[in-house]
Design a protein around this ligand. Structure first.
Ligand code: TXA
Ligand code: MG
Length: 342
């Protein structure tokens, strides 16, 4: 259905509240990326999210709450160590997968008996949830398969005329999505690396990494996190991730094999090595010593790859430690798992 998409300022937040109460969906900022929210307890409202994004029905949504009391209504049991994580990391970029209560409709969970929940650390998101007095189901507010939106303009580019409103809160802080942790098994299982690192989680509990953190799950019929089997974060260009000790020289070597008169080639490079590529479009990710900065820039740069109409992009690989685990997970997906070692 075609509709006019309103951009709302923080002062117009109550317009978004009314839309949510009336069973509509609204895009809103969180500390990670923009979400496309709707009343999690209203099947018809949640359907609109799947429709606007073109999202497969078996890919479950995260429910956003403003308080623990609200969370307790949505689940049947909570492992004591999951409670400890809530205490330390909420509000914040950590989604906990718990067994769902009967009031959570199956459309939200993609048919699963579990539900992912988090309390976001963003004043507009929290006010929106509090004033609507609803748990808000919200995936990232991008068209399915595209990089997640970190600015209102990214949401607009993907979803204009498909949703009634976008609440504009400027650029989001983290830039990559929340960490998704399955707390229905023990040790807890990390399904998606994100804003809270595995190193931080392990200070409080035992965590195993799901295979989807490193490997392609496209041919896995039943991955633990259904979202892992879908191609994600992909620009239209061919993306190749280059890892190892001699990344710039390997990239320059690969570029030599290309016909630059017919192929528009770019590099996503770190600040330390960006000057080593001549004659190419270089997009600067940030310094290797500041992974948070790289995370914050990542999706905007992947969208720029399309705006610049690049055909082929080489991406400098980073460490898999700390925030590097989430960044590299997204880069491998953006590259469709095309990785070259130097
Ligand atoms: O930071 C974020 O998490 C953002 C903001 C808006 O909160 N949201 C987000 O949602 O990234 P989405 O839908 O793009 O990603 C949710 C991920 C998917 O990989 C999905 O498969 C997984 O969480 N997930 C959701 N519910 C699950 C469940 N019950 N069991 C396993 N995985 C689940
Ligand atoms: Mg998403």
């Amino acid at each position: 259905m075609e509709m006019k998409t309103q951009i709302l300022t923080a002062e117009q937040l109550d317009v978004a509240v009314e839309l949510l109460k009336n069973g509509e969906c609204v895009a809103f900022p969180t500390e990670t990326v923009y979400g496309l929210g709707a009343n999690a307890l209203d099947e018809e409202a949640v359907k609109k999210i799947f429709l606007a994004k073109g999202r497969p029905a078996d890919n479950p949504l995260i429910i956003h709450c403003a308080s623990k009391a609200q969370v307790f209504n949505l689940v049947t049991e909570i492992h004591p160590e999951a409670e400890i994580l809530m205490k330390h990391f909420w509000p914040g970029p950590l989604s906990l997968v718990l067994s769902k209560s009967d009031i959570v409709p199956k459309i939200v969970t993609g048919g699963l008996d579990t539900v992912a929940i988090r309390i976001p650390d963003h004043p507009l998101a929290l006010t929106l949830i509090e004033r609507s007095e609803l748990p808000i189901a919200a995936p990232s507010a991008n068209t399915s398969g595209k990089p997640s939106p970190t600015r209102a303009s990214h949401v607009y580019a993907d979803l204009a005329s498909k949703i009634p409103a976008i609440l504009d809160g400027g650029s989001t802080g983290w830039g990559v999505e929340s960490t998704v942790l399955d707390c229905t098994v023990y040790p807890f299982r990390l399904l998606r690396p994100g804003g809270v690192t595995v190193e931080e989680l392990r200070e409080f509990t035992a965590v195993e990494l799901d295979a989807g953190v490193y490997e392609d799950q496209q041919n896995n019929e039943k991955p633990r996190s259904p979202g892992m089997k879908y191609r994600h974060y992909s620009p239209n260009a061919t993306v190749i991730l280059v890892e190892g000790d001699n990344i710039p020289s390997r990239i320059n070597q690969l570029v030599k094999e290309q016909d630059l008169t017919t192929t528009k080639v770019g590099v996503l490079a770190t600040s330390e090595t960006k000057q080593l590529y001549s004659g190419l479009t270089v997009l600067e990710m940030g310094s290797r010593t500041d992974l948070r900065q790289i995370a914050a820039n990542l999706y905007h740069l992947l969208r720029q790859v399309d705006e610049l109409e690049l055909d082929l992009v080489y991406v400098e690989g980073l460490t898999n430690d700390q925030m590097g685990m989430a960044i590299m997970n997204r880069l491998r997906k953006a590259a469709g798992y095309k990785v070259v070692y130097s």
